[in-house]
Design a protein around this ligand. Sequence first.
Ligand code: FEO
Length: 173
Amino acid sequence: MTIGKKMTDALNGQIKEEIFSAYLYFAMAADYESKDWPGVASWMKVQAQEEMGHAFKIYNWINERGGKAVFEAIDKPQESWDSALELFEGALKHEQHITACFYNLVKIAREEGDISTEIFLQWFVTEQVEEEANASEIVGKIKKVQDSQNGMYMLDKELSIRSAAPAQSDSQS
Ligand code: FEO
């Protein structure tokens, strides 16, 4: 069954959200690269890559269902953050917003009777639990060590270990 216009429009809106997410995490990486926190910057670059994977996944789904992806203008992200705590709290807040976007997409899929898109979206709903948990865990760690230069140095090292997840470039993975 070909995807409906309302569902396509909503998924196109989410492609924009995902590409904006990549843009935001790239901006976060750039800010912390310039402040000499390579581990934080590396973590953010991996996150940016994953966000592009999410955009591709939705793009592929629209195509597979006979729709057409349409690209909207991407907003300019914030350029600078005052502290690592502010940075990761910003990431957490952003992920909570993205979770709300997916809940809304599931609602639309249900209203439209688009069961296959509803099932497709379940991957993202689960992924969002992990995305929020990751950011929240780092916020917690920063709160513990933020007044300690040594602690922040160790945390930066720990964050540098994160590697890219396999590219989510098809709708099955
Ligand atoms: Fe694609 Fe971080 O949600």
